[in-house]
Design a protein around this ligand. Structure first.
Ligand code: ADP
Ligand code: MG
Length: 261
């Protein structure tokens, strides 16, 4: 039971630990003192109403969103301490360790699928073209798209584009992956193939934080679910407990609206 251990102990054992993270935009505080420790191999799903700060909090984990206060520890190194600006070298290290997939895929339209996956390996990791290509092809196979290697994104479905974007993130050998509603721009059918890839990733032991509206997926794949509302982490626990017998009234209200649709 995570709650039985001291917070210092949890932080030491965690692959990633956010402590008392807050984010303000001007006078508006949208993330309020949120803690989240993620163990190696753990999958945490974040759910909650729109505007509750889920994306903003998630983006702190790779410093796409600098927190206003709090600290972020990855693999034992304090990478982000809101009090001081991180060193450029630390940021590069962080971005390599923590891969991210968004709702919009952001693939380069003028490059083929395999070229999109090659690119960062060559520029960020200094892999040779040959090495990068071999890795890209392995990853395309892993996401079930080896036949699309030479196809440009515009000629791939949304689900295929998202799987290419996942392969691209994996090409940098991240220690953990962040997903921000990776299926919400997709038809249910196409979302399904993306969820299947994510489930395979989880089964292979990838550490993941996933912001999602896919409750069934969250229940089946996540080790823990965190419910956020109004910038706060209202409740976190085992999926069945949070989804089926939530402790807090705010969680109950949200879930009753989600499940009554
Ligand atoms: P969620 O992902 O849960 O829908 P967000 O993290 O995107 O919520 O947003 C939380 C709140 O912060 C919202 O009120 C949103 O309008 C606001 N917000 C997000 N990004 C910015 C920004 N760059 N500048 C100002 N306000 C923002
Ligand atoms: Mg969001």
């Amino acid at each position: 039971m995570a709650g039985a251990k001291s917070s210092a102990d949890e932080t030491t054992r965690a692959l990633a630990a956010a402590e008392r993270i807050s984010v303000s935009f001007g006078d508006l505080e949208v993330v309020k003192q949120v803690d989240l420790s993620v163990r190696k191999g753990e999958v945490v799903a974040i759910i909650g109403p729109s505007g509750s700060g889920k994306s903003t909090f998630l983006r702190c984990f790779n410093y796409l969103q600098p927190p206003t206060s709090g600290t972020l520890t990855i693999d034992g190194d304090v990478i982000v301490d809101a009090g001081r600006k991180p060193k450029y070298a630390d940021l590069l290290k962080l971005r390599r360790k923590v891969g991210m997939c968004f709702q919009s895929f952001n693939l380069f339209p003028h490059l083929t699928a395999v070229e999109n996956i090659d690119l960062a390996q060559i520029s960020a990791l200094g892999r040779s073209k040959h090495e990068a290509r071999a890795r890209s092809m392995d990853l395309l196979k892993r996401v079930g798209l080896e036949t699309k290697a030479d196809t440009k994104p515009a000629r791939c479905s949304g689900g295929q584009q998202q799987r290419i974007a996942i392969a691209r993130a994996l090409a940098l050998d991240p220690q953990m992956m962040l997903f921000d509603e990776p299926t919400s721009a997709l038809d249910p059918e196409l979302g399904h193939e993306v969820l299947a890839v994510m489930r395979e990733l989880a089964d292979s032991g990838m550490t993941m934080i996933i912001v999602t509206h896919e409750m069934r997926f969250a229940e089946n794949v996540a080790d823990r679910i965190m419910f956020m509302a109004d910038g706060k982490a209202v409740e976190i626990g085992e999926p069945r407990q949070v989804l089926r017998s939530p402790v807090h009234e705010r969680t109950q209200k949200f879930l009753s609206m989600v499940f009554d649709r």
